[in-house]
Structures are given as C-alpha cells and as structure tokens.
Design a protein around this ligand. Structure first.
Ligand code: FES
Length: 333
C-alpha cells in the first residue's frame, strides 16, 4: 500500500537526536493486471465488497489497490500532492544554504535553509529549460543554486539572481522567473511541504490530527515535542522516539526512512544506543518482510476482491474508507 497509514502509538514521549535507517519496501510482483486475465473478474465486479460477511469481519481493499498504476497515480495526486507531507528533518538543515531534495508525488522538491534562517521549498526545476536544479539528495551551497545547463542562478529564497547575457535581454523581468515556491511549515522538528496551489490549513489538518491523538498543545509541550520529530507514522517508547517517513516510489515500492530520536542529554551521556536501535530495527525488518510477503499476492486472483479484517483490525477499515473517499472517482473505487 502506498498511502502511508497514519498510526500513532502512544506511550511516553522522550526525544531525540537521530540515527538513520533507510529501507525500500520492494513490493514488485509479476501479476498486477487481474482484469486482463482470461476468466478474471472485471474491474467493476472485483471492486464490489462482499455482502455476505459476518459482523465480525470487514472487507479489505481489493488487491488492485496495491498494484494498479491508476490507483497509485490517484494516490499521488489526491493525497501526497494535495496535503501536507512530512518530508525532511529540519534540524538537519542547520545553516543557510543547507538543502535536501525529496520526491513528493511526481515532483522533486528542493528544501533549503534561507539567509534569514527560515526554510524555503521549491519545485526542483529550472525556470529556463526545466533542468533539474539539484540532483543531490542533500548538501550545502554558499548563497545560491546554479543550474548546470545554462547557469541561471537562484538565491536561497528562490529569486532569480543572474542569467548569462542578461543585458542583451532588457525586456526580461527577473522577478517573474524565480523558482516555483511551495508552502512549507517547520513543526516538531520536521519540514512539512504542501504542493497544492491552495494548501489546506496546516492547523486544521496536521496539527488537529496530531493534537487529537496526543491531547492539546499543553500536553504536547509537556513532551518537549519541539525537540521531537514526527512523521506519518511514529512509535513512542520509554527513552526515545522512532519516526517513519514513507515516500511512495511506485505501485509496488515505497522508500521508508526511519529516524531514532533521543534526548540531547542521552546522546551527550555517551550511552550505548545500539541495542535500542537494533531492537526496533529488527521489528522494522519483521514488519517489512510481512508487508512484502503480502504484496506478493496482491495481484493474485485469490485476492482480487480483497481479504477480511478481524475485530482487532477493524480500525484499518477506517483507513481504507478514508483512502477510498480520497480517490473515489476511480472507476468502481
Ligand atoms: S535549463 Fe537551467 S539554465 Fe538552462
């Protein structure tokens, strides 16, 4: 499944400095188009949830939601490019000129710390001929980004600074050819970016969801959460926090970035953190292997109409309903 599941497990929050782990969930499988199989159910029929389930069981999404490029494209445009996306640890962009690039939906996004200390986010595309401005995942520049193709150069605030032979083009208004700016918010130690032309309220969406789970702002402050990172999925354990950020790469592939975050004093104490990192790393590996094992059969006719959720899994049904509503114009979706 490419739409990351918003799932907060709350114990007690304690924070952070990070150790990183990156995992690519490789969901590649062979049979993804069940509708093309001889004798397979039609797309419309496989989308109809079973009507004969006992009350203890809820239907899952049909298998094609995990394999169909059309579903993936809708997820990208209606979820990941439409809402706020937790994309980089803002604490990693320490000084002006530090930058990272991330893929959000179909867009490469450049996030950079500006001269004023604030974060800026741009579509990572030169306004001249569209070359990708930065191809590195992260790095630092002094004061500007220079496109390697024809040397158009942009400031850390995205403004176009110089263009070769600009004096030969007196009619060019540089203010109209800056990088395309994106909405960005720095909160809970992460940069949140929204690609939408008209971003939804950050307070009414992200903050409301988080406070709905953690309690009001006072409770969050009590956790010193400004030192924490918070992602699409977070696990809170007694002496550290583990944040998962999920970057969909394709219908059958998701990049998972995992941050282990500790209180600064825990880091400074020189305590051996490797055991706690290793413990959850093992949990991660088990979860990843289970997901990859399920993904192998998402294209099977056995799963064309999906599976079932037992009572302890019924909360997942709410997520499926949410996802269906987001992409509801999909035929039969
Ligand atoms: S494409 Fe960037 S300067 Fe020409």
């Amino acid at each position: 499944m490419t739409a990351a599941q918003t799932l907060l497990r709350l114990n007690r929050i304690h924070p952070l400095k990070s150790q990183d782990d990156v995992h690519v969930l490789d969901f590649a499988n062979e049979a993804t188009d069940v509708s093309s199989c001889r004798g397979a159910p039609t797309v419309a029929s496989i989308d109809l949830p079973p009507t004969d389930l006992p009350p203890s069981l809820l239907a899952t999404l049909p298998g094609r939601y995990y394999t169909d490029p059309a579903v993936f494209a809708l997820e990208q445009s209606r979820i990941f490019e439409a809402g706020w996306f937790c994309c980089v640890r803002s604490a990693d962009l320490t000084t002006p000129g530090c930058f990272e690039t991330v893929q959000i939906g179909q867009e490469s996004v450049l996030i950079a710390r500006g001269c004023d200390g604030a974060l800026n986010a741009f579509r990572n595309a030169c306004r001249h001929r569209g070359a990708r401005l930065c191809t590195d995942d992260r790095g630092a520049v002094k004061r500007s980004f220079r496109c390697p193709y024809h040397a158009w150069t942009y400031g850390l605030d995205g403004k176009l600074i110089t263009v070769p032979n600009l004096t030969d083009m007196p009619d060019i208004d540089r203010t109209k050819y800056g990088l395309t700016w994106l909405a960005v918010r720095e909160w809970l130690g992460y940069a949140w970016v929204c690609l939408a032309d008209d971003p939804p309220s950050f307070e009414d969406t992200v903050i409301a969801q988080v406070t709905g789970r953690l309690g009001g702002p006072e409770e969050i402050d009590a956790y010193r959460i400004d030192e924490l990172g918070l992602g699409r999925r977070i696990n809170l354990v007694p002496d550290h926090v583990i944040v998962h950020r999920m970057f969909p790469r394709g219908p059958d592939r998701t990049l998972v970035r995992c941050d282990w975050l500790y209180l600064p004093e825990v880091i400074e104490s020189g305590a051996d953190l490797s055991r706690s990192v290793e413990l959850f790393h093992r949990v991660n590996q088990q979860d990843f292997e289970a997901c990859e094992r399920c993904q192998l059969t998402m294209g099977s006719r056995a799963y064309a109409r999906g599976g079932v959720l037992v009572p302890s899994e019924h909360h997942i049904g709410a997520f499926h309903d949410w996802l269906r509503a987001k992409i509801k114009n999909l035929r039969g979706g």
